[in-house]
Design a binder for this molecule. Structure first.
Ligand SMILES: [Zn+2]
Length: 385
């Protein structure tokens, strides 16, 4: 493994090495949406347990929530996203694992948010010689491809000056997330073609190799009843198509020339909640290096609170007085550190399964683990696996 061993927030060359390692060894790094210091700490704790790298990401809605829903001023979304980044930068190294700081979907109308984070990066870069965030996502998949790619190229240039990665989306992830509703989208758009991925790869790699592509292969955000039809082979086809193009064009420039032409693209898996483990593993084999997790950890966090309420319900009805006595105080049951910690523990446990599913365990050189046996909960509309 080429990785330098740096722990805490990683950017630039360290991130290149992590992505190359993931693609070469067929694992993906879990990318978990965080909306608070508590949820971010869950992710760090789970990564430490898995002895593996992790990606902490913030959505636009998450950024606004972090500033506080009481603030309506434009720019609050970027401020909150920066706040999460600063929190993670402050504590990440205490967990002893590499942490990638990333922002999630940014549609065209949200570009001011993206610009705000770019400015924070430029400011940080000026002071410390590295960016605040490791990576950002632009999602212009609802725009025509030409426009999507052109805007991505412009931002890729701006980010590359600071060695920041760009994730982009081509083809559409179905479902609903963070206020963006793609539930009624044209089904054809849920499957990206190799030609589309090549168009992106060709243009972005002219600027820098530090990018990932969220290609659609039938993915859907959220967990739904009913069938979804994931086709990970779309990723395999795209890898083959682009590998051939690179050979033809003599354009093997990716990752300093070390990127194998048979698997040149770093793919991202969106909308993985409820997916069949077989599909997930197949996607990893085809170059998925990052998989997003949001819905399942939203559920685990809530489950922890719910369990606390069920277990200690009699101690949570009033400040003083419970089954052990009318004068007994209940402070230790309603202190947020009791019930929030319960939410955290459930989430750390759930993320343990995600690390296992994604083959992202003991990446940092500790002993290998046994054969994974679990999946991301019941498949949509199917029986629990
Ligand atoms: Zn997504």
């Amino acid at each position: 493994m080429v990785y330098s061993g740096k722990v805490g927030v990683v950017t630039g060359k360290d991130l290149v090495d992590l992505m190359d390692d993931a693609r070469a060894r067929g694992y993906a790094i879990p990318a978990v949406n965080c909306t608070s210091s508590s949820t971010a700490n869950c992710v760090l704790e789970a990564a430490a347990k898995a002895s593996s790298p992790v990606i902490i990401q913030v959505s636009n809605g998450g950024g606004s929530f972090l500033t506080g829903k009481g603030v309506k001023t434009p720019g609050a979304d970027a401020a909150g996203s920066v706040a999460l980044a600063m929190h993670v930068r402050s504590v990440a190294s205490w967990y002893g694992v590499p942490v990638v700081l990333h922002s999630d979907h940014c549609a065209k109308k949200l570009l001011p948010w993206f610009d705000g984070m770019c400015e924070a990066n430029e400011d940080y870069f000026g002071k410390y010689g590295e960016p605040l965030f490791s990576s950002h996502m632009l999602d212009l998949s609802e725009e025509p491809d030409d426009e999507n790619i052109a805007i991505c190229v412009e931002y890729h240039k701006r980010l590359s000056k600071m060695n920041i990665w760009l994730e982009m989306e081509i083809g559409i992830t179905g479902g609903e997330e963070d206020g963006v509703n793609n539930e009624d989208v044209d089904p054809d758009k849920l499957y990206t073609t190799p030609e589309q991925v090549w168009a992106v790869y060709r243009e972005l790699s002219m600027v820098s190799d530090q990018f990932t592509i969220a290609a659609a292969f039938g993915n859907v955000h959220g967990v739904y009843k009913g069938d979804i039809d994931l086709k990970p082979s779309i990723l395999k086809d795209a890898q083959g198509f682009i590998g051939d193009k690179l050979m033809e064009d003599g354009l093997i420039r990716a990752a300093g020339g070390t990127r194998a032409p048979e698997k040149p693209v770093n793919f991202v898996f969106h909308g993985g909640s409820g997916s069949d483990l077989t599909d997930i593993r197949e996607a990893l084999d085809y170059g998925v290096v990052k998989m997003n997790i949001d819905t399942d950890t939203q559920w685990s966090y809530w489950s922890g609170v719910s369990e606390h309420q069920q277990e200690f319900g009699d101690f949570l009805q009033q400040q003083v007085g419970n089954p052990t006595g009318a004068d007994s105080p209940n402070k230790k049951y309603y202190d947020p550190r009791a019930w929030v910690r319960r939410a955290e523990k459930k989430t750390v446990e759930r993320l343990g399964k995600a690390f296992e599913d994604l083959r992202c365990q003991n990446i940092l050189g500790l002993p290998p683990v046994g054969e994974p046996t679990n999946t991301f909960g019941p498949r949509r509309g199917g029986l629990p696996v």
